[in-house]
Write a protein that binds this ligand. Sequence first.
Ligand SMILES: Cc1cc2nc3c(=O)[nH]c(=O)nc-3n(C[C@H](O)[C@H](O)[C@H](O)COP(=O)(O)OP(=O)(O)OC[C@H]3O[C@@H](n4cnc5c(N)ncnc54)[C@H](O)[C@@H]3O)c2cc1C
Length: 474
Amino acid sequence: MGLTKRHKHGLFWFRRDLRTRDNVGFTRAMTSCEMVTCVFIFDTEILDKLTNKEDKRVVYIHRSLQEVDHFLQRMHSKLLVRIGNPRALISEIVTELNVDAVFTNEDYEPFAKARDQLVAQKLQEKGRLFFSFKDQVIFAKDEIRNGQGKPYKVFTPYKNKWISMLTPRMIRDMTFQHYNFTPYEKIKPLIKPWRLKDIGFEDSELMVEAGQDAAEARLASFAKNLDLYQQQRDFPAIEEGTSGLSVCLRFGTVSIRDCTRLAKSSRSKGAQTWLSELIWRDFYHMILDQFPHVATHPFNEKYDGMVWPGTQAHFKRWCQGMTGVPIVDAAMRCLNQTGWMHNRLRMIVAMFLTKDLLCDYRWGEAYFAEKLLDFDLAANNGGWQWSASTGCDAQPYFRVFNPYTQSEKFDAQGDFIRRYCVELMHFPNKYIHHPAAAPLAIQKTSDCIVGKDYPAPIVDHSMQRKLAIDLFKI
Ligand SMILES: Cc1cc2nc3c(=O)[nH]c(=O)nc-3n(C[C@H](O)[C@H](O)[C@H](O)COP(=O)(O)OP(=O)(O)OC[C@H]3O[C@@H](n4cnc5c(N)ncnc54)[C@H](O)[C@@H]3O)c2cc1C
Protein backbone atom coordinates (compact mmCIF):
# COMPACT_ATOMS: atom_id res chain seq x y z
CA MET A 1 0.00 0.00 0.00
CA GLY A 2 1.50 3.31 -1.10
CA LEU A 3 5.00 1.90 -1.67
CA THR A 4 5.06 2.54 -5.41
CA LYS A 5 4.57 6.22 -4.69
CA ARG A 6 7.81 7.98 -3.91
CA HIS A 7 7.63 9.91 -0.68
CA LYS A 8 9.44 13.15 -0.22
CA HIS A 9 10.75 12.67 3.29
CA GLY A 10 10.93 9.31 5.08
CA LEU A 11 11.89 8.52 8.64
CA PHE A 12 13.62 5.22 9.28
CA TRP A 13 13.13 4.07 12.85
CA PHE A 14 15.85 1.65 14.09
CA ARG A 15 14.79 -0.79 16.82
CA ARG A 16 16.16 -4.33 16.99
CA ASP A 17 17.89 -4.04 13.61
CA LEU A 18 21.00 -1.96 14.38
CA ARG A 19 22.69 -2.28 11.01
CA THR A 20 22.89 -0.41 7.72
CA ARG A 21 23.51 -3.44 5.47
CA ASP A 22 20.98 -6.11 4.54
CA ASN A 23 18.18 -4.34 6.42
CA VAL A 24 14.77 -4.60 4.72
CA GLY A 25 13.02 -1.57 6.24
CA PHE A 26 16.09 0.62 5.86
CA THR A 27 16.43 -0.31 2.19
CA ARG A 28 12.71 0.19 1.58
CA ALA A 29 12.89 3.66 3.11
CA MET A 30 15.77 4.50 0.80
CA THR A 31 14.08 3.17 -2.32
CA SER A 32 10.72 4.85 -1.64
CA CYS A 33 11.74 8.28 -0.38
CA GLU A 34 13.66 11.18 -1.82
CA MET A 35 15.30 11.79 1.53
CA VAL A 36 15.63 9.63 4.65
CA THR A 37 16.28 10.65 8.26
CA CYS A 38 17.32 7.88 10.67
CA VAL A 39 16.19 7.78 14.27
CA PHE A 40 16.57 5.62 17.36
CA ILE A 41 14.56 6.10 20.53
CA PHE A 42 15.73 4.95 23.94
CA ASP A 43 12.33 3.95 25.30
CA THR A 44 12.10 5.08 28.92
CA GLU A 45 9.25 2.66 29.54
CA ILE A 46 11.79 -0.15 29.00
CA LEU A 47 14.84 1.58 30.50
CA ASP A 48 13.09 2.61 33.72
CA LYS A 49 12.52 -1.06 34.53
CA LEU A 50 16.25 -1.83 34.42
CA THR A 51 17.59 -1.57 37.94
CA ASN A 52 21.24 -2.20 37.03
CA LYS A 53 22.50 1.09 35.66
CA GLU A 54 25.46 -0.70 34.05
CA ASP A 55 23.13 -2.96 32.05
CA LYS A 56 25.26 -4.50 29.32
CA ARG A 57 22.42 -4.50 26.81
CA VAL A 58 22.10 -0.74 26.99
CA VAL A 59 25.87 -0.49 26.51
CA TYR A 60 25.70 -2.85 23.51
CA ILE A 61 22.90 -0.82 21.92
CA HIS A 62 24.71 2.44 22.61
CA ARG A 63 27.97 1.27 21.03
CA SER A 64 26.14 -0.20 18.02
CA LEU A 65 24.33 3.10 17.51
CA GLN A 66 27.65 4.94 17.58
CA GLU A 67 28.74 2.79 14.65
CA VAL A 68 25.50 3.58 12.76
CA ASP A 69 26.02 7.28 13.55
CA HIS A 70 29.62 7.21 12.26
CA PHE A 71 28.36 5.65 9.05
CA LEU A 72 25.70 8.34 8.63
CA GLN A 73 28.25 11.04 9.34
CA ARG A 74 30.45 9.68 6.56
CA MET A 75 27.34 10.11 4.36
CA HIS A 76 27.04 13.75 5.55
CA SER A 77 24.04 13.04 7.76
CA LYS A 78 23.60 12.07 11.38
CA LEU A 79 21.60 9.68 13.52
CA LEU A 80 18.84 11.32 15.51
CA VAL A 81 18.65 9.80 18.97
CA ARG A 82 15.91 10.61 21.45
CA ILE A 83 15.13 9.47 24.97
CA GLY A 84 11.48 9.08 26.03
CA ASN A 85 8.22 7.57 24.86
CA PRO A 86 8.30 6.55 21.18
CA ARG A 87 4.57 7.06 20.81
CA ALA A 88 4.96 10.76 21.48
CA LEU A 89 8.45 11.21 20.05
CA ILE A 90 7.88 9.66 16.61
CA SER A 91 4.87 11.89 16.12
CA GLU A 92 6.85 14.95 17.27
CA ILE A 93 9.78 14.28 14.92
CA VAL A 94 7.41 13.67 12.02
CA THR A 95 5.91 17.12 12.59
CA GLU A 96 9.26 18.85 13.20
CA LEU A 97 10.82 17.46 10.03
CA ASN A 98 7.65 17.32 7.97
CA VAL A 99 8.05 13.61 7.33
CA ASP A 100 5.54 11.87 5.01
CA ALA A 101 6.13 8.26 5.98
CA VAL A 102 7.75 6.28 8.78
CA PHE A 103 9.56 3.03 7.92
CA THR A 104 10.56 0.35 10.38
CA ASN A 105 10.90 -3.42 10.82
CA GLU A 106 8.31 -5.62 12.49
CA ASP A 107 8.66 -6.63 16.11
CA TYR A 108 6.55 -9.55 17.34
CA GLU A 109 6.58 -9.02 21.11
CA PRO A 110 3.15 -8.14 22.55
CA PHE A 111 4.43 -4.85 24.02
CA ALA A 112 6.01 -3.83 20.70
CA LYS A 113 2.95 -4.79 18.66
CA ALA A 114 0.71 -2.63 20.87
CA ARG A 115 3.19 0.25 20.68
CA ASP A 116 3.41 0.09 16.88
CA GLN A 117 -0.34 0.03 16.55
CA LEU A 118 -0.60 3.24 18.58
CA VAL A 119 2.21 4.92 16.63
CA ALA A 120 0.59 3.98 13.31
CA GLN A 121 -2.76 5.26 14.54
CA LYS A 122 -1.27 8.57 15.65
CA LEU A 123 0.44 9.00 12.30
CA GLN A 124 -2.73 8.17 10.45
CA GLU A 125 -4.55 10.90 12.35
CA LYS A 126 -1.91 13.30 11.04
CA GLY A 127 -2.28 11.96 7.51
CA ARG A 128 1.16 10.31 7.56
CA LEU A 129 2.02 6.74 6.65
CA PHE A 130 3.57 3.93 8.67
CA PHE A 131 5.24 0.97 6.98
CA SER A 132 6.76 -1.98 8.77
CA PHE A 133 8.60 -4.90 7.18
CA LYS A 134 9.57 -8.44 7.93
CA ASP A 135 13.31 -8.40 8.63
CA GLN A 136 13.94 -10.11 11.93
CA VAL A 137 12.88 -13.60 10.83
CA ILE A 138 12.62 -15.57 7.60
CA PHE A 139 9.00 -16.62 8.09
CA ALA A 140 6.79 -14.48 10.32
CA LYS A 141 3.40 -14.67 11.97
CA ASP A 142 1.23 -17.39 10.38
CA GLU A 143 3.13 -17.62 7.09
CA ILE A 144 3.79 -21.29 7.83
CA ARG A 145 0.60 -23.20 8.51
CA ASN A 146 -0.34 -26.85 8.85
CA GLY A 147 -2.83 -28.79 6.70
CA GLN A 148 -5.76 -27.27 8.63
CA GLY A 149 -4.49 -23.75 7.98
CA LYS A 150 -3.46 -23.36 11.62
CA PRO A 151 -0.07 -22.45 13.12
CA TYR A 152 2.12 -25.42 14.04
CA LYS A 153 2.56 -26.38 17.67
CA VAL A 154 5.23 -28.99 17.05
CA PHE A 155 8.70 -28.13 15.81
CA THR A 156 9.69 -30.91 13.39
CA PRO A 157 6.76 -30.57 10.94
CA TYR A 158 7.14 -26.77 11.19
CA LYS A 159 10.81 -27.12 10.32
CA ASN A 160 10.12 -29.43 7.36
CA LYS A 161 7.55 -27.00 5.98
CA TRP A 162 9.93 -24.06 6.62
CA ILE A 163 12.67 -25.79 4.62
CA SER A 164 10.30 -26.70 1.79
CA MET A 165 8.98 -23.13 1.53
CA LEU A 166 12.36 -21.37 1.55
CA THR A 167 13.35 -19.80 -1.77
CA PRO A 168 16.63 -18.02 -2.64
CA ARG A 169 14.67 -14.77 -3.08
CA MET A 170 13.69 -14.81 0.61
CA ILE A 171 17.29 -14.72 1.74
CA ARG A 172 18.74 -12.40 -0.84
CA ASP A 173 20.98 -9.63 0.40
CA MET A 174 18.88 -6.49 0.82
CA THR A 175 21.84 -4.09 0.98
CA PHE A 176 21.18 -0.91 -1.01
CA GLN A 177 23.95 1.59 -1.54
CA HIS A 178 22.34 4.57 -3.26
CA TYR A 179 22.06 6.47 -0.03
CA ASN A 180 19.88 9.55 0.17
CA PHE A 181 20.06 10.64 3.79
CA THR A 182 18.82 13.97 5.04
CA PRO A 183 21.80 16.36 5.06
CA TYR A 184 23.25 17.14 8.47
CA GLU A 185 22.43 20.86 8.25
CA LYS A 186 18.73 20.09 7.96
CA ILE A 187 18.51 17.91 11.07
CA LYS A 188 21.12 19.76 13.14
CA PRO A 189 18.55 21.75 15.18
CA LEU A 190 16.94 18.48 16.32
CA ILE A 191 20.11 16.82 17.55
CA LYS A 192 20.36 16.26 21.30
CA PRO A 193 23.14 14.61 23.36
CA TRP A 194 22.82 10.88 23.89
CA ARG A 195 25.82 9.84 25.93
CA LEU A 196 25.18 6.87 28.22
CA LYS A 197 24.97 9.22 31.19
CA ASP A 198 22.25 11.22 29.38
CA ILE A 199 20.21 8.03 29.34
CA GLY A 200 20.96 7.40 33.03
CA PHE A 201 23.41 4.52 32.46
CA GLU A 202 27.11 3.85 32.82
CA ASP A 203 29.65 2.09 30.69
CA SER A 204 30.34 -1.57 31.35
CA GLU A 205 32.66 -4.25 29.99
CA LEU A 206 31.19 -6.41 27.19
CA MET A 207 32.29 -9.91 26.27
CA VAL A 208 31.30 -9.29 22.65
CA GLU A 209 32.21 -6.35 20.49
CA ALA A 210 29.14 -4.31 19.55
CA GLY A 211 28.11 -3.16 16.07
CA GLN A 212 27.59 -4.62 12.64
CA ASP A 213 31.27 -4.80 11.61
CA ALA A 214 32.08 -6.98 14.61
CA ALA A 215 28.95 -9.12 14.12
CA GLU A 216 29.81 -9.80 10.48
CA ALA A 217 33.40 -10.62 11.47
CA ARG A 218 32.04 -13.11 14.03
CA LEU A 219 29.83 -14.71 11.39
CA ALA A 220 32.82 -14.98 9.02
CA SER A 221 34.92 -16.54 11.75
CA PHE A 222 32.16 -19.01 12.66
CA ALA A 223 31.88 -19.97 8.97
CA LYS A 224 35.24 -21.76 9.35
CA ASN A 225 33.75 -23.93 12.14
CA LEU A 226 30.32 -24.41 10.62
CA ASP A 227 30.92 -27.96 9.41
CA LEU A 228 32.07 -28.97 12.91
CA TYR A 229 29.00 -27.46 14.61
CA GLN A 230 27.21 -30.78 15.03
CA GLN A 231 30.21 -32.33 16.83
CA GLN A 232 31.13 -29.34 18.99
CA ARG A 233 27.94 -27.51 19.87
CA ASP A 234 27.11 -29.37 23.09
CA PHE A 235 30.42 -28.84 24.89
CA PRO A 236 30.54 -25.59 26.85
CA ALA A 237 34.33 -25.73 27.34
CA ILE A 238 34.93 -25.45 23.57
CA GLU A 239 35.42 -21.75 22.90
CA GLU A 240 33.92 -21.44 19.42
CA GLY A 241 31.78 -24.57 19.33
CA THR A 242 28.72 -22.41 18.66
CA SER A 243 28.48 -19.13 16.77
CA GLY A 244 28.06 -16.76 19.73
CA LEU A 245 25.79 -14.72 17.44
CA SER A 246 22.70 -14.62 19.65
CA VAL A 247 23.46 -11.13 20.91
CA CYS A 248 23.96 -9.93 17.33
CA LEU A 249 20.72 -11.56 16.20
CA ARG A 250 18.89 -10.11 19.19
CA PHE A 251 19.89 -6.55 18.37
CA GLY A 252 20.03 -7.06 14.63
CA THR A 253 23.70 -6.22 14.17
CA VAL A 254 23.73 -9.29 11.94
CA SER A 255 20.95 -10.15 9.50
CA ILE A 256 19.06 -13.43 9.79
CA ARG A 257 19.24 -13.70 5.99
CA ASP A 258 23.03 -13.46 6.14
CA CYS A 259 23.08 -16.28 8.72
CA THR A 260 20.67 -18.38 6.67
CA ARG A 261 22.77 -17.87 3.52
CA LEU A 262 25.76 -19.22 5.46
CA ALA A 263 23.78 -22.20 6.75
CA LYS A 264 22.65 -22.98 3.19
CA SER A 265 26.18 -22.65 1.78
CA SER A 266 27.24 -26.12 2.95
CA ARG A 267 25.54 -29.50 2.88
CA SER A 268 27.40 -30.75 5.93
CA LYS A 269 25.61 -32.12 8.97
CA GLY A 270 27.01 -29.15 10.91
CA ALA A 271 25.41 -26.65 8.54
CA GLN A 272 22.08 -28.49 8.61
CA THR A 273 22.05 -28.57 12.40
CA TRP A 274 22.88 -24.87 12.59
CA LEU A 275 20.05 -24.12 10.15
CA SER A 276 17.76 -26.05 12.50
CA GLU A 277 18.75 -23.72 15.35
CA LEU A 278 17.91 -20.69 13.23
CA ILE A 279 14.54 -22.31 12.51
CA TRP A 280 13.95 -22.81 16.26
CA ARG A 281 14.38 -19.05 16.52
CA ASP A 282 11.70 -18.45 13.85
CA PHE A 283 9.49 -21.08 15.52
CA TYR A 284 9.54 -19.39 18.93
CA HIS A 285 8.91 -15.99 17.37
CA MET A 286 5.91 -17.48 15.60
CA ILE A 287 4.67 -19.07 18.84
CA LEU A 288 4.88 -15.76 20.72
CA ASP A 289 3.11 -13.94 17.90
CA GLN A 290 0.34 -16.52 17.40
CA PHE A 291 -0.09 -17.57 21.05
CA PRO A 292 0.73 -14.39 23.00
CA HIS A 293 -0.59 -15.91 26.25
CA VAL A 294 2.77 -17.72 26.53
CA ALA A 295 4.40 -14.46 27.63
CA THR A 296 2.77 -14.86 31.04
CA HIS A 297 1.16 -18.34 31.13
CA PRO A 298 2.14 -21.91 30.26
CA PHE A 299 1.59 -22.72 26.58
CA ASN A 300 -0.06 -25.93 27.74
CA GLU A 301 -3.11 -24.63 29.62
CA LYS A 302 -3.23 -27.87 31.61
CA TYR A 303 -0.42 -26.48 33.76
CA ASP A 304 -1.95 -23.04 34.25
CA GLY A 305 -3.07 -23.56 37.84
CA MET A 306 -0.12 -25.74 38.87
CA VAL A 307 1.35 -24.81 42.28
CA TRP A 308 5.14 -25.11 42.23
CA PRO A 309 6.33 -26.09 45.72
CA GLY A 310 9.91 -24.72 45.29
CA THR A 311 11.18 -22.21 47.83
CA GLN A 312 12.67 -18.72 47.50
CA ALA A 313 15.66 -19.92 49.55
CA HIS A 314 16.48 -22.60 46.95
CA PHE A 315 15.86 -20.14 44.12
CA LYS A 316 18.35 -17.74 45.68
CA ARG A 317 21.00 -20.48 45.90
CA TRP A 318 20.37 -21.29 42.23
CA CYS A 319 20.78 -17.61 41.24
CA GLN A 320 24.05 -17.38 43.18
CA GLY A 321 25.51 -20.61 41.77
CA MET A 322 25.55 -22.21 45.24
CA THR A 323 23.45 -25.36 44.79
CA GLY A 324 26.27 -27.84 45.38
CA VAL A 325 25.88 -29.24 41.84
CA PRO A 326 29.05 -28.03 40.08
CA ILE A 327 27.75 -27.90 36.48
CA VAL A 328 24.72 -25.87 37.61
CA ASP A 329 26.82 -23.56 39.78
CA ALA A 330 29.48 -22.99 37.11
CA ALA A 331 26.78 -22.16 34.55
CA MET A 332 25.00 -19.70 36.87
CA ARG A 333 28.25 -18.01 37.86
CA CYS A 334 29.14 -17.70 34.17
CA LEU A 335 25.78 -16.02 33.55
CA ASN A 336 26.27 -13.65 36.49
CA GLN A 337 29.80 -12.72 35.43
CA THR A 338 29.47 -12.49 31.65
CA GLY A 339 25.77 -12.15 30.73
CA TRP A 340 25.97 -15.27 28.58
CA MET A 341 25.37 -19.01 28.98
CA HIS A 342 25.91 -21.92 26.60
CA ASN A 343 22.70 -23.57 25.27
CA ARG A 344 23.42 -26.98 26.86
CA LEU A 345 23.90 -25.26 30.22
CA ARG A 346 20.71 -23.21 29.81
CA MET A 347 18.83 -26.49 29.44
CA ILE A 348 20.60 -28.06 32.44
CA VAL A 349 20.02 -25.15 34.83
CA ALA A 350 16.42 -24.61 33.67
CA MET A 351 15.65 -28.28 34.13
CA PHE A 352 17.36 -28.23 37.55
CA LEU A 353 15.37 -25.21 38.74
CA THR A 354 12.03 -26.64 37.62
CA LYS A 355 12.46 -30.40 38.15
CA ASP A 356 14.98 -30.60 41.01
CA LEU A 357 14.14 -27.44 42.94
CA LEU A 358 10.48 -27.52 41.79
CA CYS A 359 10.43 -23.73 41.34
CA ASP A 360 8.06 -21.95 38.95
CA TYR A 361 9.78 -21.65 35.55
CA ARG A 362 8.75 -17.97 35.48
CA TRP A 363 11.20 -17.22 38.31
CA GLY A 364 14.05 -18.54 36.22
CA GLU A 365 12.73 -16.95 33.06
CA ALA A 366 12.67 -13.55 34.79
CA TYR A 367 16.18 -14.05 36.17
CA PHE A 368 17.50 -14.88 32.68
CA ALA A 369 15.62 -11.85 31.30
CA GLU A 370 17.47 -9.67 33.77
CA LYS A 371 20.92 -11.16 33.18
CA LEU A 372 21.19 -12.39 29.58
CA LEU A 373 22.85 -10.06 27.10
CA ASP A 374 21.00 -11.91 24.33
CA PHE A 375 17.68 -11.88 26.20
CA ASP A 376 14.89 -12.35 23.73
CA LEU A 377 11.35 -12.81 25.01
CA ALA A 378 10.39 -15.40 22.37
CA ALA A 379 13.51 -17.61 22.63
CA ASN A 380 13.82 -17.30 26.40
CA ASN A 381 10.18 -18.13 27.00
CA GLY A 382 10.36 -21.00 24.51
CA GLY A 383 13.52 -22.38 26.15
CA TRP A 384 12.07 -22.17 29.65
CA GLN A 385 8.74 -23.70 28.73
CA TRP A 386 10.54 -26.47 26.83
CA SER A 387 12.68 -27.28 29.88
CA ALA A 388 9.78 -26.98 32.33
CA SER A 389 7.61 -29.26 30.11
CA THR A 390 4.85 -26.63 30.02
CA GLY A 391 5.50 -25.48 26.45
CA CYS A 392 4.74 -26.49 22.90
CA ASP A 393 6.69 -29.53 21.79
CA ALA A 394 8.35 -29.44 25.21
CA GLN A 395 10.57 -32.06 26.80
CA PRO A 396 8.13 -34.71 28.21
CA TYR A 397 7.81 -34.21 31.97
CA PHE A 398 8.98 -37.73 32.80
CA ARG A 399 12.28 -37.19 30.98
CA VAL A 400 14.21 -35.31 33.64
CA PHE A 401 17.87 -34.40 33.00
CA ASN A 402 20.23 -35.86 35.56
CA PRO A 403 22.62 -32.91 36.11
CA TYR A 404 25.47 -35.23 37.12
CA THR A 405 25.34 -37.41 34.02
CA GLN A 406 24.86 -34.31 31.83
CA SER A 407 28.00 -32.93 33.45
CA GLU A 408 30.00 -36.14 32.89
CA LYS A 409 28.89 -36.26 29.28
CA PHE A 410 29.29 -32.63 28.22
CA ASP A 411 32.12 -31.43 30.48
CA ALA A 412 33.93 -34.73 30.93
CA GLN A 413 37.27 -33.24 32.04
CA GLY A 414 35.54 -30.62 34.20
CA ASP A 415 37.26 -27.80 32.26
CA PHE A 416 34.18 -25.60 32.25
CA ILE A 417 33.39 -26.32 35.92
CA ARG A 418 36.93 -25.36 36.99
CA ARG A 419 36.70 -22.07 35.07
CA TYR A 420 33.84 -20.81 37.25
CA CYS A 421 33.97 -22.96 40.41
CA VAL A 422 37.56 -22.16 41.24
CA GLU A 423 37.26 -23.74 44.68
CA LEU A 424 37.01 -27.10 42.89
CA MET A 425 40.14 -26.41 40.83
CA HIS A 426 42.18 -29.25 42.38
CA PHE A 427 39.44 -31.87 42.51
CA PRO A 428 40.30 -34.95 40.42
CA ASN A 429 38.18 -35.50 37.29
CA LYS A 430 36.60 -38.55 38.92
CA TYR A 431 34.86 -36.38 41.55
CA ILE A 432 34.61 -32.97 39.89
CA HIS A 433 30.99 -33.59 38.85
CA HIS A 434 29.88 -34.71 42.30
CA PRO A 435 32.40 -33.50 44.90
CA ALA A 436 30.19 -34.53 47.83
CA ALA A 437 30.80 -38.15 46.80
CA ALA A 438 34.57 -37.77 47.26
CA PRO A 439 36.13 -39.37 50.39
CA LEU A 440 37.25 -36.80 52.95
CA ALA A 441 40.92 -37.57 52.23
CA ILE A 442 40.42 -36.56 48.57
CA GLN A 443 38.59 -33.39 49.63
CA LYS A 444 41.53 -32.53 51.88
CA THR A 445 44.18 -33.10 49.19
CA SER A 446 41.99 -31.05 46.79
CA ASP A 447 41.97 -28.10 49.23
CA CYS A 448 38.19 -28.07 49.29
CA ILE A 449 35.96 -29.50 52.00
CA VAL A 450 32.39 -29.98 50.86
CA GLY A 451 29.97 -28.18 53.18
CA LYS A 452 32.70 -25.69 54.13
CA ASP A 453 34.56 -24.48 51.03
CA TYR A 454 31.92 -25.58 48.52
CA PRO A 455 28.24 -26.31 49.33
CA ALA A 456 26.89 -29.79 49.76
CA PRO A 457 24.04 -30.48 47.25
CA ILE A 458 20.91 -28.67 48.43
CA VAL A 459 18.65 -31.46 47.16
CA ASP A 460 18.88 -35.14 46.34
CA HIS A 461 18.37 -35.58 42.60
CA SER A 462 16.68 -38.99 42.61
CA MET A 463 14.18 -37.95 45.28
CA GLN A 464 13.35 -34.66 43.56
CA ARG A 465 12.94 -36.40 40.22
CA LYS A 466 10.15 -38.57 41.69
CA LEU A 467 8.47 -35.51 43.23
CA ALA A 468 8.63 -33.67 39.89
CA ILE A 469 7.04 -36.57 38.02
CA ASP A 470 4.21 -36.71 40.60
CA LEU A 471 3.73 -32.95 40.39
CA PHE A 472 3.25 -33.07 36.63
CA LYS A 473 0.73 -35.93 36.67
CA ILE A 474 -2.25 -33.61 36.41
C1 LIG B 1 16.14 -21.84 29.16
C2 LIG B 1 16.63 -21.24 27.85
C3 LIG B 1 16.61 -19.86 27.68
C4 LIG B 1 17.06 -19.30 26.47
N1 LIG B 1 17.02 -17.93 26.32
C5 LIG B 1 17.41 -17.36 25.14
C6 LIG B 1 17.36 -15.96 24.95
O1 LIG B 1 16.91 -15.19 25.81
N2 LIG B 1 17.82 -15.46 23.78
C7 LIG B 1 18.30 -16.27 22.78
O2 LIG B 1 18.71 -15.77 21.73
N3 LIG B 1 18.32 -17.61 22.93
C8 LIG B 1 17.91 -18.18 24.07
N4 LIG B 1 17.97 -19.55 24.22
C9 LIG B 1 18.37 -20.38 23.08
C10 LIG B 1 19.88 -20.70 23.01
O3 LIG B 1 20.34 -21.17 24.24
C11 LIG B 1 20.74 -19.51 22.59
O4 LIG B 1 20.20 -18.92 21.43
C12 LIG B 1 22.17 -19.97 22.25
O5 LIG B 1 22.75 -20.53 23.39
C13 LIG B 1 22.97 -18.80 21.78
O6 LIG B 1 24.27 -19.19 21.48
P1 LIG B 1 24.84 -19.09 20.01
O7 LIG B 1 24.54 -17.76 19.43
O8 LIG B 1 26.27 -19.50 20.06
O9 LIG B 1 23.94 -20.17 19.28
P2 LIG B 1 24.16 -21.10 18.01
O10 LIG B 1 24.16 -22.50 18.51
O11 LIG B 1 25.29 -20.67 17.17
O12 LIG B 1 22.77 -20.91 17.21
C14 LIG B 1 22.61 -19.86 16.24
C15 LIG B 1 21.45 -18.99 16.59
O13 LIG B 1 20.24 -19.72 16.52
C16 LIG B 1 19.33 -19.24 17.51
N5 LIG B 1 19.02 -20.33 18.44
C17 LIG B 1 19.83 -21.36 18.79
N6 LIG B 1 19.17 -22.21 19.62
C18 LIG B 1 17.96 -21.69 19.80
C19 LIG B 1 16.83 -22.10 20.55
N7 LIG B 1 16.79 -23.23 21.28
N8 LIG B 1 15.73 -21.30 20.54
C20 LIG B 1 15.70 -20.17 19.79
N9 LIG B 1 16.74 -19.73 19.06
C21 LIG B 1 17.85 -20.49 19.05
C22 LIG B 1 20.03 -18.11 18.25
O14 LIG B 1 19.64 -16.88 17.68
C23 LIG B 1 21.50 -18.40 17.98
O15 LIG B 1 22.33 -17.26 18.04
C24 LIG B 1 17.52 -20.13 25.42
C25 LIG B 1 17.54 -21.52 25.62
C26 LIG B 1 17.10 -22.07 26.82
C27 LIG B 1 17.13 -23.56 26.99
